[in-house]
Ligand binder design. Structure first.
Ligand code: NAD
Length: 443
């Protein structure tokens, strides 16, 4: 099958590469010429485990290629996947300018039947707007060509994107058209040999399913953070509570880790966008608003704990940071709790000495060169000469630690653990002042 993917970011590149890997011919298009040039040179612009070798293998096999040329992209595939960004607008709603720009491009260049597949996370009603935009563009050209629009939201997680794409729990397709159903079945056939995973539904239901899934996961995290904050004030250990709660199969262990808040390119914007969608239809989505505000507060707890540990004066202090990405196994720093912390530290006159296994280049891209940010080559250098250590991301390599050694490195010696990686008693026994999330100490 010939497939075009428009937007070659996290979702577009993973989708295109995985579909090429099962034998389809895929052309990935992007307006970012530098990104496409790097991909053509065999370089992967993002960090995603396993992706680099998969891209290279499929490029070598001639099944995967890249372009910036919209006319070539539209001519290539019968299936035109839209995987461009849908960032939050000023009022929190999803900004559809990139999605609608792609719809216009498709309408401007198509010369035969196309299926336009909305893979970007888009509000309910967007498929209708894409359809209208394509129809208007065709009309302006004086063309009457047949096309369909369907919704196929993506559920992959960064850091495990290939596994999620190839072995996801379900493939949701919103369409009423039998022709589209047949084409989507052909597209995803290699993934449903073992088990039927295709879920056909109404377009609006498919669009809402994506937001509902992300909002539910974000709710679990904010809920547990609320319990952690309570536990802290009540002298209870939230880790024990987490195990007790998660053992109930109706609740489960996933997404109930307390921490310094959720980040990334999806949960924050999707919860806000769904709340905005609700407001647009005169419904006050109180739970969604609370999930968002609990998270905003949670992202500030690392700084609040540090400030308290230093009696409100962080000016001139050097703070070591372990982890910059919003979660392990990605270089993505969009809405990461580390950013909330760093920006608050700089405002307070402190200096940051940070290490992340994959996100340092992204950090440099976001913040540029500045005197109060030093990026170092490993976690050991990060704590050298620092007053305190803050753990923002639970990368595997941070999970073991010689506490006695750390005590000698830190001037204060304060450790703020935003991911509850260690047993408080063991850390405290080494003479460190250890503050995690919801583990009995209400600093
Ligand atoms: P991204 O920012 O990594 O990639 C988007 C790409 O689209 C960029 O490379 C950009 O240059 C390109 N682009 C913008 N306008 C374009 C145009 N007119 N033509 C061609 N290319 C264009 O974004 P992402 O993280 O891949 O997210 C894409 C969508 O998928 C969003 O709606 C997001 O909510 C959704 N999503 C993301 C994830 C995730 O984990 N990142 C998971 C599921 C769904």
């Amino acid at each position: 099958m010939k497939i075009t993917i428009v937007g070659t970011g996290y979702v577009g590149l993973v989708t295109g590469t995985c579909l090429a890997d099962v034998g389809h011919d895929v052309l990935c298009m992007d307006v970012d010429a530098e990104k496409i040039a790097r991909l053509e040179a065999g370089e992967i612009p993002i960090y995603e485990p396993g992706l680099e070798s998969m891209v290279q293998a499929n490029v070598s096999a001639g099944r995967l290629s890249f372009t910036t040329d919209p006319a070539q992209a539209v001519a290539f595939g019968t299936m035109q996947f839209i995987a461009v960004g849908t960032p939050p607008d000023e009022d929190g709603s999803a900004d559809l300018k990139y999605v609608l720009a792609v719809a216009e491009t498709i309408g401007s260049h198509m010369n035969e039947y196309k299926v336009i597949v909305d893979k970007s996370t888009v509000p309910v009603g967007t498929a209708d707007r894409v359809r209208e935009t394509v129809a208007k563009t065709l009309e302006a050209r004086g063309e009457r060509l047949d096309f369909d629009v369907c919704s196929n939201p993506e559920f992959l997680k960064e850091g495990a994107a290939i596994e999620d794409f190839t072995h996801g729990a379900r493939i949701v397709v919103g369409t009423e058209s039998e022709r589209v159903k047949g084409l989507m079945r052909e597209c995803y056939a290699p993934y449903i040999r073992q088990q039927e995973k295709l879920m056909f539904m109404d377009v609006r239901a498919a669009e809402l399913t994506k937001y509902a899934a992300n909002a539910m996961l974000a709710t679990k995290i904010s809920f547990m953070n609320e319990i952690a904050n309570l536990a802290e004030r009540l002298g209870a250990d939230v880790e024990q509570v987490r195990r007790g709660v998660g053992s109930d199969p109706r609740i489960g262990y996933q997404f109930i880790y307390p921490g310094c808040g959720y980040g990334g390119s999806c949960f924050p914007k999707d919860v806000q966008a769904l709340a905005r969608t609700a407001a647009d239809v005169d419904y006050r989505a109180e739970l969604l608003t609370a999930v968002e505000s609990v998270n905003q507060r949670q992202k500030q707890t690392l700084f609040a704990k540090l400030r308290q540990a230093f009696d409100g004066d962080l000016a001139g202090k050097t703070i070591a940071l372990w982890g910059l990405s919003f979660k392990p196994n990605t270089d993505d720093m969009r809405d990461a709790p580390s950013r909330t912390l760093m920006e608050a530290l700089w405002d307070a006159g402190a200096r940051v000495q940070a290490y992340d296994p994959e996100a340092m280049r992204e950090c440099r891209r976001i913040y540029g060169e500045r005197d109060d940010l030093v990026l170092v080559g490993d976690r050991i250098q990060a704590v050298k000469g620092a007053d305190a250590l803050v753990i923002c991301t639970e990368w595997k390599e941070f999970r073991t630690l010689d506490f006695a050694w750390l005590k000698q490195q830190l001037a204060m010696p304060v450790v703020i653990d935003g991911r509850n990686l260690f047993e408080p008693d063991a850390v405290k026994a080494a003479g460190l002042l250890y503050f995690a999330v919801g583990r009995g100490d209400s600093l």
